[in-house]
Each structure stands twice: as structure tokens, then as C-alpha cells.
Write a protein that binds this ligand. Structure first.
Ligand code: ADP
Length: 345
């Protein structure tokens, strides 16, 4: 409806109009304007909202008629709805962007936590799997013994020895697991330590075993000061020497040496055993990694030694690296921050 005005007499009769096609005057507003002087309302004509203003017209204080003006709100409604639509779309896009950004950000924040949780879950799964085997062996051995209650221990010696072996293995595994689980919390010192002395201590502690296996352990004398925790580093040396004894094989030779390399102190354990296949070299530091499972099991291994060693070394700001040519031997090198003040003396 186009905007237009009607001029009305006191009875609401049409006197004139600003356009030719006219809606009939509205009686209700005139009645209100007669009392109030004016009326403003919005009406609905075939779905179109029309604002109707009716005013009394007076001459020298005497009412002589009314003016009734009609104005469509359609274009305003259109603008308002267009605006609302725009806000809705902009809001929608904004929310979508915020959602995506939030998801991305939370993903970034949560990713390390998620990775940690997954690693933890994998660790627990691996650990229980590792424990299940010896437990199954002990259970089935006990069943075998119970089936022949009249047999003497001598008659069932093998089975009983098997149980003892598995118990020993489980004990070692549980000890290593506990150790690995507490490395992150264990307080570690950062003091000057002499690696030559640590190496000598480890060589001495394993001397009998080395001799039993017909191996030669050669310690190259040296004095190298590093910064770290004495007991923890002694354990790293023991793990590396123990592995050399376990895996290098009878009659092989193990060389233990210390050195200073720039700002780093080095402890190296090298053997001339079978070494480690190239594709396994990265994996051996992972938990429960064993190259030759059957052989490692026979050695009473938990598959945790190198991961414990690496965790200890890395907590002290160092690195542990493996160099191995399969068939020729394996060399594990521990690099630690050197104690420059002590080395300079
Ligand atoms: P484990 O308790 O089995 O010794 P480690 O984490 O110490 O666990 O070692 C992981 C695996 O790496 C061993 O099972 C073995 O297969 C291999 N390995 C470690 N040291 C040597 C070595 N000096 N020579 C050959 N293989 C080795």
C-alpha cells in the first residue's frame, strides 16, 4: 500500500485524499482521536503491516475533522529482516570459525595429553602382556605338579626349576617396571661425577659373569668429569655392560672407555658380538623391545633395560646413541654435559 493521507470530516466522511485509489477510512482510530486528539496503531492488510496515524484537526480550538495517514512498514520490515538475516549469517560464520578455531586449538593443546595417555595405555597393555607369559608358565607347571602328588621334587626337578626361573624373571620385570615408572619422579643430583670411576665400578661388579662366559672386558683408563647423578649413571653403565655380556656371545670382547668431546663427556661400551640389525636400531630403546625374543627371554631380559638407560640419561640433559654394524658388534655411547670446571683443573 502506498503512503497516503485521507482528510475526513467530524463523522469520518471522506473529504479528500492524496492519492486516487483509497482505502476506506478506519473508524476505530477516529473514535480514539476524537477523545485523545490522536491515535497511532499498526494494522495488518493482507499480510502487509501498515502504520496508521489519525489526528484530530482543530480550528481556533474547535475540532473540524481528521487527517488519517497510512504508511506501509513493508520496506522497513524488509530491511530489518535483511539485517537480521545478515546478522544471522555473520553470526553463523563467526560461530563456525570460532568452533573450528576452538577445535583446532583444543586439539593442539590436547594432542600431547592424548599422546601421553595413549603411551600410558600401551605401556600398561605391554606390561600386562609381559607378565601374563611367566604367570601362565607358573600356573601350568603347578597343574603338572598337582597331577602327580606322589612325585618327589627330584622327579619333577625340571618343572620346579622352571617355576623358579619364571618367578625370577617376573621379579626382574616388576623391578624394572617400577623403576621405569618412577624415573620421572626420582630426585636426580647434578653434581660433578667421574665417569672413569663409574665405568671401573661397573666392570668390577660384572667381572665374575664376564669370566663365566669366557668374555674379555677391557677398561681403557681415563678420567672424565661429567655433571649428573652418580648412582643413576652407575646404573646406566651396568645396563650397557650387562647387555654386552648377555648379547655379545661367548668369547667376545667388550671395550669400556671414557672421553671428553668438546663440552660433552662420553662413556662408551662397545662389543664385537652380532650387533643389531639396521631396521631394529631405532627400536631397541623402546620399552619391551627385543631383537631376538626367544634369545632375550632365555637371557632373563625384560626388554626395559635400554629404555631405563635412555630415560636416565635424557633426564640429565644427555643422549644415548647406538652405532652397530650387524655381524661386527654394537657400541652404545652415552653423552653427558661435561663438568668444565673439574676438567680444567
Ligand atoms: P633387555 O632387557 O631385553 O636386555 P634392553 O632394552 O636392554 O632389554 O635391550 C633391548 C634389546 O636390544 C635386547 O633384547 C637385545 O635384543 C638388543 N641389544 C641390546 N644390547 C645389545 C648388544 N650389545 N648387542 C646386541 N643386541 C643388543
Amino acid at each position: 500500500m502506498p503512503t497516503h493521507q485521507l482528510l475526513l470530516d467530524l463523522e469520518g466522511g471522506l473529504l479528500g485524499s492524496t492519492i486516487t485509489i483509497v482505502t476506506p477510512p478506519l473508524v476505530g482510530p477516529i473514535a480514539v482521536a476524537a477523545v485523545e486528539g490522536a491515535d497511532l496503531r499498526t494494522i495488518d492488510v493482507d499480510g502487509e503491516r501498515i502504520r496508521v496515524r489519525t489526528e484530530q484537526v482543530a480550528l481556533d480550538g474547535v475540532a473540524i475533522g481528521y487527517v488519517q495517514a497510512f504508511h506501509s512498514l513493508e520496506s522497513r520490515d524488509d530491511t530489518a529482516s535483511a539485517l537480521a538475516q545478515m546478522f544471522l549469517i555473520a553470526g553463523g560464520i563467526g560461530s563456525a570459525v570460532a568452533l573450528v578455531a576452538g577445535y583446532w586449538l583444543s586439539g593442539r593443546t590436547l594432542a600431547p595429553i592424548q599422546r601421553n595417555m595413549e603411551a600410558q595405555e600401551r605401556f600398561v597393555a605391554d606390561a600386562s602382556h609381559e607378565l601374563r607369559t611367566p604367570i601362565a608358565v607358573v600356573q601350568s607347571s603347578a597343574d603338572v605338579l598337582l597331577r602327580h602328588p606322589d612325585h618327589s621334587v627330584e622327579q619333577e626337578r625340571e618343572v620346579v626349576e622352571g617355576i623358579a626361573e619364571e618367578a625370577l624373571r617376573m621379579g626382574a620385570l616388576v623391578r624394572d617396571l617400577l623403576e621405569l615408572g618412577t624415573i620421572d619422579q626420582a630426585p636426580l643430583e647434578r653434581r660433578p661425577v667421574e665417569l672413569g670411576e663409574i665405568a671401573a665400578g661397573a666392570v668390577q661388579a660384572l667381572e665374575t659373569r664376564t669370566r663365566e662366559r669366557g668374555m674379555r672386558m677391557v677398561l681403557e683408563p681415563g678420567t672424565v668429569w661429567a655433571l649428573g647423578d652418580r648412582a643413576a649413571l652407575a646404573q646406566v653403565a651396568r645396563i650397557l655392560l650387562d647387555n654386552a655380556i648377555k648379547y655379545a656371545g661367548e668369547g667376545s670382547r667388550v671395550e669400556v672407555s671414557v672421553a671428553v668431546l668438546g663440552r660433552q663427556a662420553r662413556l662408551r661400551v662397545a662389543d664385537d658380538g652380532p650387533g643389531i640389525p639396521l631396521e631394529e636400531q631405532d627400536r631397541v630403546f623402546e620399552r619391551f623391545a627385543r631383537v631376538d625374543k626367544a634369545r632375550a627371554r632365555a637371557q632373563g631380559s625384560s626388554g626395559l633395560g635400554l629404555s631405563i638407560a635412555r630415560a636416565i640419561v635424557e633426564r640429565q640433559g644427555g643422549r644415548i646413541v647406538l652405532a652397530s654394524t650387524p655381524g661386527e658388534g654394537a657400541a652404545f655411547t652415552v653423552l653427558l654435559p661435561s663438568d668444565t670446571s673439574a676438567s680444567a683443573d
